[in-house]
Design a protein around this ligand. Structure first.
Ligand code: AMP
Ligand code: GLY
Length: 418
């Protein structure tokens, strides 16, 4: 069969890589893809949000199904449009994607259905929000309602900073429409983990968990990024913890969405905060995480095509899903200056010098006119290795990463170091 993957990050490269391991897959198209995906699949130069052109491509190429990587096309109704056109597609509808695309919706759902999360209030009026914030003890957590590419959460360390941030979002429209409404919530402490489970709207698969690193520098210093590394499973993960996450957070959320008339099919991503015995939800996403996917796909023993089809055909309950016990670590190599301004067109060398079992998933890369692989984004590559333990995987990934270079490349040296 032929399949279409939508997106252009290292997450999508990892998904394409995994789909191609299926004996059922004859060819993968990626829209728009990157240099890495073009080496194993066929890139099509169409934006992930150009829904009509994507429908045309899926039709013309007779693709068996389409897999959507990022949240923006899901929130934009891609799945609804594909389904209407009679094209099988993996991902939630626009209504179900609100679990990620509206924090106000997601918090209200959690409150209504008793899903554990931080206490919060939602505001659409700046004065009311400011009056609410003033007596609160910092740190104060402010969240823009809509999608904001990772920039929607402010953890203010003083009341003044919180008041300023509210003004920026709600009055100065620093995040556009996304900041018209704001959620103000209690600050939580603990360790964060991301948990992922497939759902067909009713059944939920066995979960898998990973941790990611948002800040640019070692020891969580510097500004937030799209993610600088990840590892799976979390060092503190146990089967019991996974089962609690499923019974207290993931299953109730799937049921709640169905009760609200928006059944969720695809991958549900729960961002959880674990503090001793307390487990609470930080947020939900309606798709796989980046950079978590890069360390999850290598641990998936089952055929991804079987799982995708079981989700699309609503027979996930009868589908077994196995995750390997191995550990996996991924480190992101970024362009100099990222997450601020950065140059592009940096020639990447050493890509073929890594060990055979090490994976290099591309993000911001393309081929230049001479056919050389050059950078074209802030996050350029995720280098990934497996091992019997996190320590072994970590050693392997850093050993291999040092063989790849481009001018000014930077990466964290403390991924999966405890
Ligand atoms: P998000 O953009 O929703 O993924 O949030 C970004 C990050 O902000 C999360 O991964 C957490 O590290 C942090 N965060 C969000 N909400 C809270 C909270 N209530 N308490 C503490 N940290 C939080
Ligand atoms: N790893 C964070 C995200 O995918 O949103």
């Amino acid at each position: 069969m032929k399949v279409l993957v939508i997106g252009s990050g290292a997450r999508e490269h990892a998904i394409v890589w995994k789909l191609l391991q299926s004996p059922q897959v004859e060819k993968v198209f990626v829209a728009p893809g990157n240099a890495g995906t073009s080496e194993i699949a066929q890139n099509i130069d169409i934006s992930a949000t150009d829904i009509q052109s994507l429908i045309d491509v899926a039709r013309q190429n007779k693709v068996y199904f389409t897999f959507v990587g990022p949240e923006t096309p899901l929130a934009g109704g891609l799945v609804d449009a594909f389904s209407k056109a009679g094209l099988p597609v993996f991902g939630p509808t626009q209504a179900a994607a609100r679990i990620e695309s509206s924090k106000v919706f997601s918090k209200a759902l959690m409150t209504k259905y008793g899903i554990p999360t931080a206490a919060s209030r939602s505001f659409s009026d700046l004065n009311a929000a400011t009056n609410y914030v003033k007596p609160l003890k910092p740190p104060i957590v402010l969240k823009a309602d809509g999608l904001a590419a990772g920039k929607g959460v402010v953890i203010a360390q003083s009341t003044d900073d919180a008041v300023d941030a509210l003004k920026c979002m709600m009055q100065d429209s620093s995040l556009g429409q996304a900041g018209e409404q704001v959620v103000i919530e209690e600050y939580m402490t603990g360790r964060e983990m991301s948990i992922f489970a497939f759902s067909d709207g009713t059944a939920l698969s066995a979960p898998v968990s990973a941790c990611d690193y948002k800040q640019v520098f070692d020891h969580n210093q510097g500004p937030n990024t799209g993610g600088m590394g990840s590892f799976s499973p979390p060092d503190f993960y146990t089967t019991e913890l996974g089962e609690r996450a499923m019974s207290e957070v993931m299953r109730p959320t799937i049921k709640a969405l169905t009760s609200e008339g928006a059944p969720f099919a695809g991958v549900l991503y729960g961002g959880l905060m674990v503090d001793g015995n307390i487990m609470r939800t930080v947020e939900f996403n309606c798709r796989f995480g980046d950079p978590e996917t890069q360390v999850i796909m290598p641990r998936l023993k089952s055929d991804l095509v079987d799982i995708v089809l079981a989700v699309i055909e609503k027979r996930l309950e009868r589908q077994s899903i196995e995750w390997s016990d191995e550990a996996c670590v991924g480190v992101v190599m970024a362009a100099p200056g990222y997450p601020g301004h950065y140059p592009t067109g940096l020639v990447i060398s050493g890509l073929s010098d890594v060990d055979q079992d090490v994976m290099v998933f591309h993000a911001g890369t393309k081929h230049d006119s001479d056919g050389k692989v050059v950078s074209c984004g802030g996050r350029v590559l995720t280098v990934v290795a497996k091992g019997a333990t996190l320590l072994q995987a970590r050693q392997k990934v850093y050993n291999n990463l040092s063989r790849i270079s481009f001018d000014g490349a930077h990466y964290r040296t403390d991924i999966a170091q405890f």
